[in-house]
Design a protein around this ligand. Structure first.
Ligand SMILES: NC(=O)c1ccc[n+]([C@@H]2O[C@H](COP(=O)([O-])OP(=O)(O)OC[C@H]3O[C@@H](n4cnc5c(N)ncnc54)[C@H](OP(=O)(O)O)[C@@H]3O)[C@@H](O)[C@H]2O)c1
Length: 250
């Protein structure tokens, strides 16, 4: 039997990029998958259709994770129709780039609300049910910048630094309930988040030169670690940040 057969996973921001690859990989491992999106409905519907084609249950559901009311509406509907979530993947994120002195309040609020507050309140909803069930997985898509500054988006680095301690706080309090809580920390990965900057060949070459592995990852390089952390094989891994960055942090 597949490792995640009979388990329902919710992946935020799963219509495109790393979230999409994670949703498809979890389904390949047997999970039914809730495909959350905020704006990319068509792409999320397509991901759900691909998952259904694997004979899994899938549902694309709109919720802006920067709003707690949206998170509650999503979890209320999902729990009514699918039952509780066994695997939560907090993937949704934004990365506006600017000089420290140029960020405005609206951007500050948007980054913190999407990258950190959204992950916290999704985890809070999921953990309550996981605690009752005595089994659960919370996996946050953080970044190597939870450890090292970006130099191009202080707000992003601050939000991911917060995610590192959020994960450890939750792991310390909730691992006793059969729940594991971990971060995966991608390095440079080709998605829409960096498409514009990487389209400049000189900038791309500069990034690649810093990566010991010598290349930029694809979303499919990140997803298998999430599927592993979701499985029973990873039951003793909790409170960990796993760097999937080709050695970029070194
Ligand atoms: N690509 C990299 O190099 C890299 C490196 C380290 C970490 N990461 C992390 O990986 C995660 C995914 O990023 P990505 O590279 O795949 O970027 P992406 O292609 O730009 O995708 C971002 C995803 O986040 C979703 N999202 C944004 N705001 C949202 C909101 N308020 N509510 C719900 N969903 C929202 C988007 O959904 P909609 O389109 O529906 O709005 C989209 O699916 C992020 O947390 C990012 O920080 C990426």
């Amino acid at each position: 039997m597949s490792a995640l057969h009979g388990k329902t996973a919710l992946v935020t921001g799963a219509g495109r990029g790393i979230g999409r690859a994670i949703a498809l990989d979890l389904a390949r491992a047997g999970a039914d998958v809730i495909v959350n999106y905020s704006r990319s409905q068509e792409q999320a519907d397509e991901v759900a259709a691909q998952i259904e084609a694997m004979d899994r249950r899938a549902w694309s559901v709109q919720a802006d994770v920067s709003r707690k009311a949206d998170i509650d509406r999503m979890f209320d509907r999902v729990e009514a129709d699918f039952g509780s979530i066994a695997v939560l993947v907090n993937n949704a994120g934004i990365e506006p780039r600017a000089d420290v002195c140029d960020f405005d309040e609206a951007t500050y609020d948007a980054v913190m609300a999407t990258n950190l507050k959204g992950a916290f309140f999704c985890a809070q909803r999921a953990l309550r049910k996981m605690r009752d069930a005595g089994w659960g997985r919370v996996i946050n898509v953080s970044s190597l910048h939870e450890l090292t500054p970006t130099g191009f988006s202080a707000l992003y680095g601050m939000s991911k630094g917060g995610m590192a301690l959020m994960m450890r706080e939750m792991a310390k309090s909730y691992s006793r309930y059969g729940i594991t809580i971990n971060n995966v920390c991608p390095g440079a990965t080709r998605t829409d988040i960096n498409r514009k900057v990487l389209s400049d060949p000189a900038y791309e070459a500069k990034v690649i030169a810093k990566i010991p592995a010598g290349f930029i990852a694809e979303p499919e390089d990140i997803a298998p670690a999430v599927t592993f952390l979701a499985s029973d094989a990873a039951r003793y891994i909790t409170g960990a940040s796993i760097f999937i960055d080709g050695g970029l942090w070194l």
